[in-house]
Design a protein around this ligand. Structure first.
Ligand SMILES: [Zn+2]
Length: 176
C-alpha cells in the first residue's frame, strides 16, 4: 500500500526557491506500474513500490538544487544464469532544474540538469528516467548464481596460473 503518495506534477525551481534554510523535503512512494515507458528489463510485480526521498534547496551560490535518492527493489534477469533476481535499484539524485538546453549547458558541473516544462515536471516521468539511468548493464547474482547458474559461473573463473593478466581470448570463449 502507498503510505505517502507523491504529487503527480511538481514545480522544482519554485520548491527550491520557497524552501526554508534546511530545505524542502519531499518523501513518498509511487507504484512501479504507474511509471511511463518502463523498461522491459524490469519484471517486478505491479505492486512494487518506488521510494522517493528528496530535498529541494538553494545552495551557497544561489543555484537551485535537488538531492536525494529514488529506490526500488526490482526484479531483473541475471545475465549469468538467466534466472530472475531481486536487484536493489538506487538512483542518486543531484540535479538542478533548468528550463532550456541552453540553460543546461551553462549549469555548474556538480549538478545534472533537470529539464522542466514551463517550470513543471511530471513526477512519474522523472522517476522512470532516473531509474532507467540507474539500471545495471549486466545484473548478476552476487557472489554467485545458485542452481543451474553455478556451471556458468565456474566457466568465468580465471585459469590457474593466468595471474591477473587479461586473457585476450577470454571474450571468444562464448562465441561458437
Ligand atoms: Zn544468476
Amino acid at each position: 500500500m502507498l503510505h505517502n503518495k507523491l504529487p503527480s506534477i511538481i514545480q522544482p525551481e519554485r520548491m527550491c526557491r520557497e524552501a526554508p534554510l534546511e530545505g524542502n523535503k519531499l518523501t513518498g512512494q509511487m507504484m512501479l506500474c504507474d511509471l511511463p515507458n518502463l523498461s522491459k528489463d524490469i519484471l517486478s510485480p505491479k505492486e512494487t513500490l518506488v521510494a522517493v526521498d528528496l530535498i529541494f534547496s538553494v545552495d551557497s551560490e544561489g543555484i537551485c538544487c535537488i538531492k536525494g535518492e529514488m529506490s526500488a527493489d526490482v526484479q531483473l534477469i541475471c545475465q549469468r544464469c538467466l534466472k530472475p533476481m531481486i536487484y536493489p535499484l538506487r538512483a542518486e539524485i543531484c540535479v538542478s532544474p533548468v528550463v532550456s538546453d541552453q540553460q543546461a549547458e551553462q549549469l555548474s558541473v556538480q549538478y545534472e540538469p533537470l529539464l522542466t516544462n514551463h517550470g513543471e515536471i511530471s513526477m512519474s516521468e522523472w522517476i522512470a528516467e532516473e531509474l532507467h539511468l540507474a539500471l545495471p548493464l549486466a545484473p548478476r547474482h552476487e557472489p554467485s548464481c545458485g542452481g543451474l547458474g553455478v556451471s556458468n559461473a565456474k566457466q568465468e573463473k580465471e585459469e590457474p596460473g593466468s595471474g591477473s593478466k587479461p586473457n585476450p581470448f577470454a571474450k571468444l570463449v562464448y562465441i561458437k
